[in-house]
Design a protein around this ligand. Sequence first.
Ligand code: NDP
Length: 312
Amino acid sequence: MALNILFAAGPGEWEVWRPHLDTALRKAGLDVTLRPLPDLAPDEVDYILYAPDSSLQDFAPFTRLKAVLNLWAGVEDVITNPTLRVPLARMVDPGLERGMVEWVCTHVLRHHLGIDAHIRNPDHRWSPHVPPLATDRPVTMLGLGELGSAAARALSDFGFPVTGWSRSAKAIPGISCTHGQLGLVQALELAQIVVLLLPATARTENILNAETLAMLPKGAVILNPGRGTLIDDDALLAALDRGHIAHATLDTFRSEPLPADHPYWQHPQVTVTPHIASTTRPETASEVLAGNIARSEAGRPLLDLVDPAQGY
Ligand code: NDP
């Protein structure tokens, strides 16, 4: 019997994804009917390909649903939905990963090389200050999952000494891995540049707060492509104002789009990017989704399942 797969995402997404999904599902040897919301009756749907900006917010009518496959890496808006009673797989996509590696390396190198001083040089001063080599610039990665570990490896390949922090113990060649509360203190005390690639959960909320910001060396730089909830905004603004933190490059915020009157827009030591650090690429992600559904149909567990107890 053909599988019924419902595509439920924001406006305009269906047209972008459809050709890639059609090709990938065919290549995976699946006999499927793929339709956008609301073209399938809820009690006919086997799988939902889902983005949280979809108008679909109630999973209860989907009585024969086997799983929801998220189109985004961040799952905080789905795993907390009380009507979700089937397994949820998050997005792990090679295209998404490459995009995040590029964003992180770009912004680490911007601060490491002090490029801003040359771009903004209103007095046309000849100021040949030579930056240190990457080997003398410790970087800390908070979060060593799919994205954090890929970015950590890329930074290590540049020569940066990278310390990574995660919930469980890890061993990644070339990265000094830590975990636990003591590990967090060690990772922060060392860092000249800190990158946040943690998920938004109850345990990670305000992980950078007045106390943990004070653990960073004076002049440290913060990059947050993770989630806005990871940072206590008032504490960060205070640390920037007193010069303890030299710069923050922020891609994610508690409220998005960032409100026009938010102090981050005006702050000379803050760079705002509009949640573009990376995005799921339908070309590569469609193959991941089709492969995962094929696995499930072959009786094997879905890959990249979210643990509801951990929230990611
Ligand atoms: P993963 O789930 O693969 O990795 C999450 C990492 O965070 C893991 O290393 C995990 O530890 C660690 N972690 C989670 N909770 C804690 C905790 N309480 N203490 C210490 N470490 C913790 O996620 P991804 O790498 O795929 O993505 C990370 C986040 O990036 C996403 O959740 C999303 O919010 C954000 N993102 C942002 C984008 C953007 O454009 N700005 C695009 C895509 C994603 P462990 O390994 O031990 O489980």
